[in-house]
Design a protein around this ligand. Structure first.
Ligand SMILES: [Zn+2]
Length: 273
């Protein structure tokens, strides 16, 4: 089996179960970029009989965390962005949260019902967008390159999460992110594999080293990105200087919420029916 990211040879990494302990599968590891993939997943119909796994109790906390971080990222480095799509948007919690923060996000998901962002959909991913996000999506993709090509080609910045810490785990088999009970996680990335992907599209890969990443068309200052991911504790003097010279987080100009506008828009839709 070839690596689905960089096409290098793979070797068998693990043979273990998914679902209940009855269903044994192989995991293959790339000898070059260390990307780990399952054998061809023929079990996905069963895995997605319920689109969001019942064990996923982290959904709300995760959306809060990613929406705050995404807001800060966009205000810090991509403040001129106008168009936003959340790919694999699920129930639409993230889209709603970002709209509340003033970003005109649209919902896209081929497998899940939009509950919280109805009437704010984007079905056409062949259009260019300034920002495309995809949280906890990449590990679900059985064919990452074909699915990510469009997202990378059509965005200036692609913001995403997937846990890349498997090489720090004592034991891949017991790592919670393998998520054997749902059978949905089939692709496990490393910084090398994501960097390879970015370079393939002439882009730049940035990561916090664990679960939050972005791939940008423009090269950013490494020190500023580091400061973004790992902000130093600020002294009072830093804060005052930062405020005076507009170079710290407190100086970010937050956006006006779209909540009131959205409410007026949805009300007008009702009246036109
Ligand atoms: Zn590889």
């Amino acid at each position: 089996m070839e690596c689905k990211i960089c096409n290098s040879p793979t070797e068998i990494f693990l043979n273990s179960y998914i679902f209940e302990k009855s269903f044994l599968i192989n995991y293959y590891k790339c000898t070059k970029c260390h990307f780990v993939q399952t054998q061809e997943p023929t079990w996905l119909d069963r895995a997605y009989s319920d689109a969001i796994a019942p064990l996923d109790i982290g959904l709300i906390g995760r959306n809060r965390f990613f929406s705050d971080l995404t807001e800060r990222l966009l205000l810090t480095f991509f403040d001129d962005s106008k168009t936003f799509v959340d790919f694999g948007a699920g129930y639409g919690v993230f889209v709603r949260m970002m709209r509340d923060k003033g970003f005109d996000f649209k919902w896209h998901d081929a497998h899940c019902e939009n509950m919280f962002a109805k009437h704010f959909e984007e079905h056409d991913l062949s259009k260019k967008h300034d920002v495309i996000t995809a949280f906890e999506v990449l590990e679900h993709l059985p064919n990452p390159i074909s699915q990510l090509a469009q997202l990378l080609e059509n965005s200036k910045v692609f913001v995403f999460s997937t846990d890349i810490s498997y090489r720090k785990q004592p034991n891949f088999n017991d790592w919670w992110y393998r998520a054997p009970h749902s059978g949905q996680h089939v692709s496990f990335y490393t910084a090398e594999s994501l960097d390879f992907l970015a370079k393939k599209y002439n882009k730049y890969f940035y990561t916090n080293g664990s679960d939050f990443h972005f791939i940008s068309s423009i090269k950013l200052d490494d020190a500023l990105v580091k400061e973004f991911f790992f902000p130093k504790k600020r002294t009072l003097k830093d804060k005052i200087v930062g405020r005076l010279f507009g170079n710290n987080i407190e100086s970010l100009r937050y956006k006006e919420s779209l909540l009131a506008k959205d409410h007026a828009y949805l009300t007008s839709l009702l009246h036109n029916h």
